[in-house]
Design a protein around this ligand. Structure first.
Ligand code: PMT
Length: 400
């Protein structure tokens, strides 16, 4: 899958730079064409000669080539690559990437790249845990970059914890799935619900929730990347996707989402219901803004349609439905109940008790519970990574 692919490897100033040599070797062995760009600090940890010899290409570092006056064109480099992999990605480089700084060739190339960007952080435990590093990572993920998460283990400082760069084999395997995954869903139609629903109380107020839509949008993007034709039905969110095979229908209420989902479901192969649909809505919507009173206000609520359950009732052989369960207690038991009662093939459990999981975050931590397999836990990582893992499992299931 990597044969002929053009991989641009960015190496930054971290002790894990020594692993870049192995990474280049593995990529070249897989017949990828590899070019390396190093930040000035990377040269303290590994020589350009090592990486040039292994990659069979000159290694670039500055904006110009010594005294020759020759310009190392970052725009061309960015356009050349099928994937840009920044490994190791130091805390400093991540911070600069997150804030659009481009004071070296690698950063300028990153800003120019149109291809998928992977970054494999490497740093000490406390730097990794620092709020600013985590905020930078969330920002980078929200820009569509993919993180190859660091691992837990012994660090160069002698401390033990998270921050060790993922092994080169793991990075190569991610690239492998990225390139091989594409088009495995060609000809399939996917329906994804995302975001919250707003249930109007009066013309200015509503009942809603904190869903940002990030999880659902990431799933829609991943389906599209794999060749599916995607219909994304989204509640009110700030998000957008400009991908030719994703059609977005924007709705507000559960009733609207229900109507569209029921209309498109019969022609759907895979449905993923990640929206946080309000279970109840006001029995009536006041036509004028409700005035403040001294006696308080009672709003009568009635049940909304259960979109997932209704799709489950009309699901035919060959259709594959995935639900989400957002739980706060008895998580697994509740999710298992929903798997059966809504006729899902698989349910993704996320718990509000797990830091960084659920609403709003760029990250999530989930357990995939299916009818066929043992539950599979996926530790905290970017929602795009979770989406990639989820779609991979769906593909394996529908092709099994
Ligand atoms: O949008 P983000 O900020 O990225 O957050 C993602 C998320 C937390 C919203 C997402 O990961 C998630 O958990 N979505 C489901 C939230 C939820 O409403 O769960 P639930 O346990 O109440 O519902 C179970 C399933 O039934 C879900 O698939 C839900 O979409 C579906 N449902 C629920 C009620 C209803 N009336 N209609 C439905 O289709």
């Amino acid at each position: 899958m990597l044969a002929g692919k053009r991989i641009l490897l960015g190496v930054t100033g971290s002790i894990a730079a020594y692993k870049a040599a192995v990474l280049v070797r593995l990529l070249v062995k897989a017949q990828a064409e590899v070019k390396v760009v190093m930040t000035p600090a990377a040269g303290d940890f590994i020589t350009p000669l090592t990486l040039a010899t292994l990659s069979k290409n000159p290694v670039l570092s500055g904006f110009t080539n010594g005294n020759s006056g020759q310009w190392n064109n970052h725009v061309e480099l960015g356009l050349w690559a099928d994937a840009l992999v920044i490994a190791p990605a130091s805390a400093n480089t991540l911070a600069k990437m997150a804030n659009g700084l481009c004071d070296n060739l690698l950063l300028a190339t990153y800003l120019s790249a149109r291809c998928k960007v992977f970054f494999a952080p490497a740093m000490d435990l406390d730097m990794w845990q620092h709020g600013s590093t985590q905020a930078n990572i969330n920002k980078l993920i929200s820009y569509g970059n993919e993180m190859v998460s660091p691992e837990y283990g012994e660090l160069a400082s002698g401390l033990t914890g998270n921050g060790r760069m993922a092994e080169p084999e793991q990075i190569v395997s991610r690239l492998h799935s990225f390139f091989s995954a594409a088009n495995r869903l060609a000809g399939k139609k996917a329906l994804v619900t995302a975001g919250p629903t707003y249930e109007a109380i009066d013309p200015v107020r509503f009942i809603g929730n904190n869903s940002s839509g990030k999880m659902g949008f990431a799933i829609a993007e991943e389906f599209a990347r794999q060749g599916a034709e995607v219909h994304l039905i989204s509640g009110p969110t700030q998000l957008d996707l400009h991908i030719p095979n994703v059609k977005i229908s924007r709705v507000k209420s559960a009733d609207e989402m229900h109507r569209l989902a029921m209309r498109y479901f019969p022609e759907t192969d895979i449905a993923v219901l990640s929206a946080a649909v309000a279970d109840f809505k006001p029995a009536t919507m006041a036509t004028q803004k409700i005035k403040k009173t001294d006696t308080g206000l009672t709003i009568q609520l009635v049940k909304n349609p259960d979109i997932a359950a209704d799709l489950g009732k009309i699901k035919k052989d060959g259709q594959y439905n995935v639900g989400f369960a957002l739980e706060t207690e008895n998580e697994q038991a509740n999710a298992e109940k929903k798997l059966l009662s809504k006729n899902f093939d698989l349910i993704v459990l996320n718990s509000l008790n797990d830091p960084g999981a659920g609403f709003g975050h760029d990250t999530n931590q989930v357990t995939l519970i299916s009818r066929k397999h043992e539950p599979k836990k996926i530790s905290l990582r970017g929602k795009k990574e979770i989406a990639a893992e989820l779609v991979k499992i769906i593909i394996e299931d529908i092709h099994a």
